[in-house]
Design a protein around this ligand. Structure first.
Ligand SMILES: [Zn+2]
Length: 312
């Protein structure tokens, strides 16, 4: 079963066309300085869960020159994301006040990244690099002080580290592993609804991997906690960076060994079994009861679409 042109089966948002991270340049401050001053340098400017986009006669453009970024009020601190066609691409943040100053302008907007991605206003091949910018900018904004001694830290290594001048601790950007799983029982699969989901939308259950926990154990624990379903045969499907703010979604499948659902209402609004025909209609968005599946930007859509294809 195909998904859509922007996100074909097995390629949700944020996974395709990764940039050359050119990590060896992060430690070369002279080279970084030269790249930042080069006229081909570009930047993605992010603000919370939103992305700055320029509006022009040719449509929407997220990659801006560093001069444009600074004129729009982006912070001077640039994060080196990597090289694209030999030119440097940076990530930059923007303050709430500067973002507010852009309201009402016709030539530039700050729009929710999830909506931009889902609507295809930003090409799918740019999303991986934008995710890097978003996760890193967010990390710097939230980690200005040393978790070890409380002193103010400073950015180093092109934005891939923060150093504490007091206790000398080096801090690295975090990535939080999350398991997201399609649990099946015969021709049925288990889906849940969180209260903040759009009306009618159902998706795979998910949860953070805990300290000293295997992926397999996290899948079994989350499913049991949220739905009281026991499962086995956990298999890896694929991963997806999810920059809200810095998760790595680990897509898995599992086979249920029980069927009676007890929903954890603290975590989910509801959970239930759907059969394959339901899921086909939900992904096509023509289910008679108005149920829908997750958008193709999300890995959950691909877990479902893969299952539908494999069981055809
Ligand atoms: Zn410190």
């Amino acid at each position: 079963m195909t998904t859509n042109a922007s996100f074909p089966l097995g390629q949700p948002g944020f996974v395709s066309h990764p940039i050359d991270r050119a990590a060896h340049i992060r430690t070369d401050s002279d080279k970084l300085f030269a790249l930042e001053g080069h006229r081909d340098a570009r930047a993605y400017v992010v603000h919370r869960d939103s992305l700055l986009v320029k509006q022009g006669p040719d449509g929407t453009r997220a990659l801006v020159t560093l001069d444009e970024a600074r004129k729009f009020g982006a912070n001077p601190g640039t994060i080196f994301l990597g090289l694209k066609d030999g030119a440097a691409v940076f990530g930059m943040g923007i303050s709430a006040a500067a973002a507010e100053d852009l309201l009402g302008r016709q030539d530039v907007m700050i729009e929710n990244l999830r909506a931009l991605a889902a609507q295809g206003k930003v090409p799918a091949h740019e999303l991986s690099t934008i995710a890097m910018a978003k996760s890193l900018v967010s990390w710097h904004q939230r980690h200005g002080f040393c978790a070890n001694c409380g002193a103010r830290t400073s950015m180093s290594q092109g934005g891939w580290r923060r150093d504490c001048p007091s206790c000398k601790t080096e801090h690295f950007p975090r990535t939080d592993p999350v398991v997201i799983m399609l649990v099946t029982s015969g021709d049925k699969c288990l889906l849940g609804r969180q209260s903040q989901f759009p009306a009618g939308m159902w998706s795979c259950l998910a949860g953070f991997v805990e300290a000293a926990e295997t992926i397999e154990d996290a899948v079994r624990r989350e499913i049991l906690e949220e739905s009281n379903i026991q499962c086995t045969d956990v298999s890896y499907y694929m991963t997806q960076p999810w920059p809200y703010p810095s998760s790595l979604m680990i897509g898995c499948t599992a086979r249920a060994t029980s069927t009676d659902i007890i929903v954890d209402r603290n975590e989910l609004e509801d959970a239930r079994w759907f059969d394959r025909a339901d899921v086909v209609a939900m992904l096509r968005r023509d289910h008679p009861d108005g149920h829908t599946g997750p958008h193709p930007v999300a890995i959950a859509h691909h877990l479902l679409a893969q299952w539908v294809q494999d069981t055809a």
